[in-house]
Ligand binder design. Sequence first.
Ligand code: G6P
Length: 444
Amino acid sequence: MTKGIKIATIGGGSSYTPELVEGFIKRYDRLPVRELWLVDIEEGKEKLEIVGNLAKRMVKEAGLPIEVHLTLDRREALKDADFVTTQLRVGLLEARAKDERIPIKHGVVGQETNGPGGLFKALRTIPVILDIAKDMEELCPDAWLLNFTNPAGMVTEAVLRHTNIQKVIGLCNVPIGMKMGIANALEVDPSRLHIDFAGLNHMVYGLNVYLDGVSIIDDVIEKLASGDANYTMRNISDMGYDPEFIKGLGILPCPYHRYYYKTKNILEEEKEHAKEGKTRAEVVQQIENELFEIYKNPDLKEKPKQLESRGGAFYSDAACSLIDSIYNDRRDIQPVNTRNNGAIAGIPADSAVEVNCVITKDGPKPITVGELPIAVNGLVQAIKSFERVSIEAAITGDYNKALLALTINPLVPSDEVARVILDEMLEAHKEYLPQFFPKETVKN
Ligand code: G6P
């Protein structure tokens, strides 16, 4: 291997790229990145130029010999890469806005990774990721694929079960966000905390919390119940839970659990946002416009503070620590999306789960959890069924499977509502769904 690491980032024109670049700069002493290839598609060319030039300025300012390459040629970027990261959004924010708006009209939560939005994001994204995996087989078969693209759990599972690329890990900032939120509420340094994470992507629970090795879950539950430890992410409402419900639950929900345990309240809030033209996609569009204006400034040489208004806080820390631990065989514990292999009882062995793992040079080794508490096991199982059927629909383009996926999703109240939403969303996203509309002109 040539000295130093080659990284290819697909969707490199994303506004999140400075996060990643900052993470590599901070860790250069132990993670010597030689080449960073930022790849995008024709439609993303302008953003790629802007964010790529900022990345180059950041590296230059840090005085590091990292070569930053900007390209529309994915194959050139993948050639002999050591790590491939994916942070793409098929159909851009316009597609996200449809995922969020259409279900609300029919009385169903509109969110990009849960419910109908999650299904459609999977239908648009999975075929593109499988294509990338095919290119990797040919151009960098030994590389690790680190997927940040949502729905991260489903995308990871699709690669695991439907390609020859087995060195794939799905990464999300929800667990690290929860840890930071709790550390903040307890006013302790996050390095003193450890949380036993288990579940699925955007459906993960903290089963136990330790401070300096001593379990403090009961105190944290008390604080959560009293509203003194109310953590969330920028993209999710911070509405609190009924205190008695939280005490009954006895474990930590993730911010996305509000969609399931506070469905009615979230839906009302979303309806208001939609009325005001402020769905999350629309808010993010505004933030993105501002961010790219800021990125254009030739005097800017570091990640700007304003990036913190996106939901992906700590994303670079999560991503870079993962790469660091694989590259350096650190054998530390990190929550990632990986093949279950029996870690969580009742979930198929070949399915992706989000669980604490020991991160080694040979990848994540999941830590056995056993059975999840009975009160949450059913929901996790239901979401896993939804994910598996959605993946099947994404790969086959089978209408009945897509309808089945939507109908079994706990956020959808009936088969009839599922059908109305499905038909409207299929039509709205047609150009990005070649598996359902083989004769249409489609884009990736
Ligand atoms: C959270 C989730 C990510 C998601 C992001 C959306 O951080 O963990 O999976 O992509 O929020 O943030 P945005 O700013 O795009 O709404």
